[in-house]
Design a binder for this molecule. Structure first.
Ligand SMILES: [Zn+2]
Length: 423
């Protein structure tokens, strides 16, 4: 496409001065990005598909687990026992380089066809370049991709030119692959404290953040790179949630061993409206202990909210199930009664550690509780339309010694339930 913006025009101009990939870079790619196969026959003969050397290996298990290096060329091999003689593979590699004021990410696709009995054939093509300006803005050069009749988004058409293209999210999904071992950086990027560690991020994403947000730079320079990684992983905009507290931590030279735990802890402090500017909260001496205490507190609050949410359904429940209220029967030992409110059902679920607490929404279910001397034994669910017991469960869903006796007692009294339905 024709360059329109000032940035695009400048990149197109500068790109004419971008040097060709060097022989050293290409050879490094062939040596470092390809997974070479050691093809093993049923009889245990192994052929290195990189140099062609063949030798008699040990048993399959030993070969697959232990013999990784080719004794001739020392290539790291993946041993596979297979009849196939031809192996094809495609791999990505990215070179982090610079050209004039731009940081350029040059992505290559490396293809390898290895045939047993022949030396492998390698080809490569530079398929994409991301040009990043000192202010973090970027544009993309790429070859065209085959988009019809293929499920792959990166079927590159190698003979098309590598030129300026409309930004497309596909370019962000193209794997970075192996990063070339030498990186050359613009002075702007060097100034951010970036030291060739990508923190598990794609280079474009990390560089854009480093170039546009000085908070990222502060994190690296204060030794909080784990925190940087954790926040980028959850979406960089989340930095807003932590920045005030991070500044307090930096001022107090607080060491954050576990970035995930600390962020979690700050989220809890916010939930409980604690002062996020106060080192007393933000820099705990025992992070794990304080974190766990707040988690326990949060569970209590959540449970209460859950109960309140259920209680909103009380009227609806009463309307549907009221005709069964007051129903109870006993064999002298076991007493069984219909639970008469959402609150009662939720309380039963909590006391018995099973999921009956949510059953009040089931229109066809009648929930009863069996007890002896006022102590809960099992909870019974009856299908109203089928007039039969669906389940009866004790604590933690286990059956009790009274299980059969309870079922028998309910079955004997089914006519009582039936009467209520007709009434
Ligand atoms: Zn070899």
């Amino acid at each position: 496409m024709k360059p329109i913006t000032k940035l695009q025009k400048r990149v197109v101009e500068v790109s004419k001065r971008l040097p060709k990939l060097t022989k050293t870079q290409i050879e490094w790619a062939y040596d470092n990005v390809i997974d070479h196969i050691g093809r093993r026959t049923d009889k245990g003969k192994i052929t290195c598909t990189k140099c062609g050397h063949a030798w008699q290996g040990h048993g399959e298990l030993i070969s697959t687990l232990c013999e990784h290096a080719c004794p001739h060329c020392n290539a790291d091999l993946k041993i596979v026992t297979i009849n196939k003689r031809v192996f094809k593979g495609s791999y990505y590699m990215t070179i982090i380089s610079k050209c004039q004021e731009f940081q350029v990410l040059r992505t290559l696709m490396v293809n390898c066809i290895a045939k047993v009995g022949q030396l492998p054939q390698y080809t490569h093509s530079e398929v994409m370049q991301r040009w990043i300006a000192p202010d973090g803005k970027h544009c993309t050069f790429a070859r065209l991709r085959q988009t019809m009749g293929t499920i792959y988004f990166d079927s590159w058409i190698y003979h098309t030119p590598l030129e300026l293209r409309q930004e497309n999210d596909v370019y962000n999904r193209i794997p970075t692959g192996v990063i070339y071992h030498k990186q050359s950086l613009t002075s702007e990027l060097k100034r951010t404290g970036y030291k060739k560690n990508l923190f598990g991020q794609k280079p474009l994403q990390l560089f854009k953040i480093l170039l546009t947000d000085s908070r990222a730079e502060t994190l690296i320079k204060s030794g909080y790179s784990h925190l940087l990684e954790r926040i980028i992983n959850s979406g960089w905009t989340k930095i807003e949630n932590y920045w005030a507290s991070i500044r307090i931590a930096i001022r107090n030279k607080y060491k954050i061993e576990d970035a995930t735990l600390w962020c979690d802890y700050i989220d809890l402090l916010r939930f409980f409206s604690k002062d996020l500017y106060n080192a007393k909260y933000v820099c705990p001496s025992d992070l794990t202990k304080d974190h766990d205490q707040y988690v326990a507190k949060k569970v209590k609050v959540d449970t209460q909210l859950e109960i309140e949410k259920h209680l909103e359904k009380e009227d609806e429940f009463r309307l549907v199930k009221e005709k069964f209220f007051g129903l109870m029967f006993s064999d002298g030992t076991i007493n069984i009664r219909v639970l008469e409110s959402v609150a009662e059902i939720v309380a039963e679920g909590i006391a018995m550690h099973h999921c009956v607490g949510s059953y009040y929404t089931k229109e066809d279910s009648l929930i009863l509780s069996a007890s002896i001397d006022g102590k809960r034994i099992e909870t019974i669910e009856i299908s109203i339309s089928q007039l039969k017991v669906i389940q009866s469960r004790g604590v933690c869903n286990k059956n009790t010694d009274y299980h059969d006796q309870i079922i028998e007692l309910v079955n004997k009294n089914i006519p009582l339930i039936q009467q209520r339905m007709i009434a």
